[in-house]
Design a protein around this ligand. Sequence first.
Ligand SMILES: [Ca+2]
Ligand SMILES: [Ca+2]
Length: 314
Amino acid sequence: MQARLELRLWLTGRIAMTERFKPGGSLTRVRTRGFKHGGSPRAAGFCLAAMVSAVIASTATAAQAPSMAGFPDFVEIPAGPFTMGADPATDPRAFDNERWSPSQGEGTVEVAAFYLARHEVTVAQYAAFVNATKAPVDANTLAGQPTHPVTFVTWPNAIAYCRWLESVLATAPGPAGDLVRAGWRVRLPTDAQWEKVARGGDRRAYPWGDQPRKDRGNFESTGVMPVGQFACPECPYGLADMSGNVWEWTSSPYQPYPYDPSDDRVNLDADALWVMRGGHYGDAARQVRTTTRGAADPGARRAFIGFRVALVPR
Ligand SMILES: [Ca+2]
Ligand SMILES: [Ca+2]
């Protein structure tokens, strides 16, 4: 319960209201002191490339079963602008931190072409990283079912996974390896990249449309489900679990809109939070909207926070 309450704080844009909420006695900042990058990008001693093949999909299709311990199924997201943010004045479901500016409800953001994984990183995929690198791992992290999204991973854990996967792809056959060899990088998606993929070009509130659907995403439930459990033929690019299952870390520090990727290194301090997107299995429909912005301390390690990876041009 405490964890749920913590999340409410971050996701509703009420960070400035922390003190007001504290008298309730239940809110504790998700914080780990002295965080550092966990794990090593060392990629010696494995032969994943021989076991699996990377897949680049360029068309939106229904969710597919991911390979158990293989590379991500990267989906191509074409370049172009999208509408980011939502205006509480016109959409009663929107939280205050989704509003673009005092004078403007929504904004337009240009996103270069990139690839985003169809699925959240699974326990099996993360286990391959741990086995290859001997990265320190929390006892809870690998306790889930192999096809479940990996959880109990901090933001630095997610970054370390990205570095490792990039090093693996660099010597792997296939189109993803080719892109890495051409200079592309494995990263967490930015706040804007994530929202563009979830929302598509028509400002939809959920990846499948404007109304919540329990047959399209895992929310208002009691636990994680295997990634890709719900096919989403209506989703703009065919990605699974963009709404619900687990929150997904992004590469963006939490900052008020308007969104500006060029200021991501500005004003970072010990209290910096990182944006996470999509809501989790236990969230209400309002929290799993495409424009909902959560944020957590980079050291947060929770049962409802995971990530998915992007392949981006240098
Ligand atoms: Ca998710
Ligand atoms: Ca920014």
